[in-house]
Design a protein around this ligand. Sequence first.
Ligand code: NDP
Ligand code: MG
Length: 390
Amino acid sequence: MQRITILGATGSIGVSTLDVIARHPDRYSVYALSAHSRVEELAAQCIQFRPSRAVVGSAAAADRLAALLRAAGCRTEVEWGEAALCAVSSAAETDAVMAAIVGAAGLAPTLAAARAGKKVMLANKEALVMSGQLFMDAVAESGAVLLPIDSEHNAIFQCLPQGYGRVPAAAGVTKILLTASGGPFLKREVATLENVTPDEACKHPKWVMGRKISVDSATMMNKGLEVIEAHWLFGAPAGQIEVVIHPQSVIHSMVSYSDGSVLAELGNPDMRTPIAHALAYPERIASGVAQLDLTQVGTLQFEKPDFNRFPCLALAFEALRAGGTAPALLNAANEVAVQAFLDERIGFRRIDRVIARVMEELPHGAASSIEAVMAQDALARAAAERIIAG
Ligand code: NDP
Ligand code: MG
């Protein structure tokens, strides 16, 4: 029986994880669940899955959750704040942690799980983008097992030689081919992008996801963050990672080998597949996802990304090549700009301009410690807010 902690249980990945867990009560139990402010949703999950502990973002949210649980006769212990998140993800009573908080807020508890040597199922790509070297060092030191949840990285993991998880120097891997759907604006007239609404940007053609990652998919910053994520997860340099637009999202990514072989992982676009893969690894379990019927899909298309249409993708490659804290600056500026777009304070096309300005204005340094990374994160957020206000 594996005891699972889910950080970000009320989000899109968290709900899909509980869906898979509910199909296998003989294999998995829930040790802890977390949410930020959606207390009613978390209460319902606690009543169904009876975790030992639940964590929320504030004292007020904790009071509300405790009252709801008391009324339902549920004895889950309620805590709040970052220290509590780190405690549930590193507790001796948990075997595996689903890291599915959105954004930089997920860094500390995800790192705590890695340092404690847990099986870390990583959805929170921002943690790896901000502090890739520190994170991978923590995994290596503690012997934690790191399994990618992001569908592309999960696919690459499956296509690499068995048992590696990283690009081994002698295995003949020539390229990682990261597929991208191109999001909702792949074919839209570039001149009209200025006027798109948050709801239009969040209407992804293939995947149902949280609002932040949906906007990232529309700008293709999501793919940019994933290039950086792939660099750290698989030890591949920027030049070995290629982005291929594939609007059907049936191929979730590919690995190309020196003998001309290209291995791909295919499936219906549903996050329960990579979640089930990571939960059961190295075994296989049912995920609830329908089997892929290629005759129904009919056609698979591919094209090169247009960096003029998607300047965020170019910015991410630049940050990866610059190294140090540059990806942390990029990530923080992006989080602020995306929130400003969702709040209708800036237009869609200002997202990339805000990020570019922050990257120009702030010198990046060495990502030598989490404190150094968080200091750069704070500077980038302040700069982005100032640029948006101006
Ligand atoms: P959602 O927005 O749907 O969910 C985010 C979760 O994090 C919620 O449980 C939310 O709580 C919690 N949360 C939000 N802010 C904070 C905070 N400041 N402190 C603590 N918890 C917080 O996001 P997704 O599930 O879509 O994405 C989660 C992560 O997974 C992201 O990093 C994303 O990039 C990655 N990912 C997602 C994919 C997807 O298909 N959705 C695919 C690949 C990667 P509350 O509900 O209370 O607000
Ligand atoms: Mg992805």
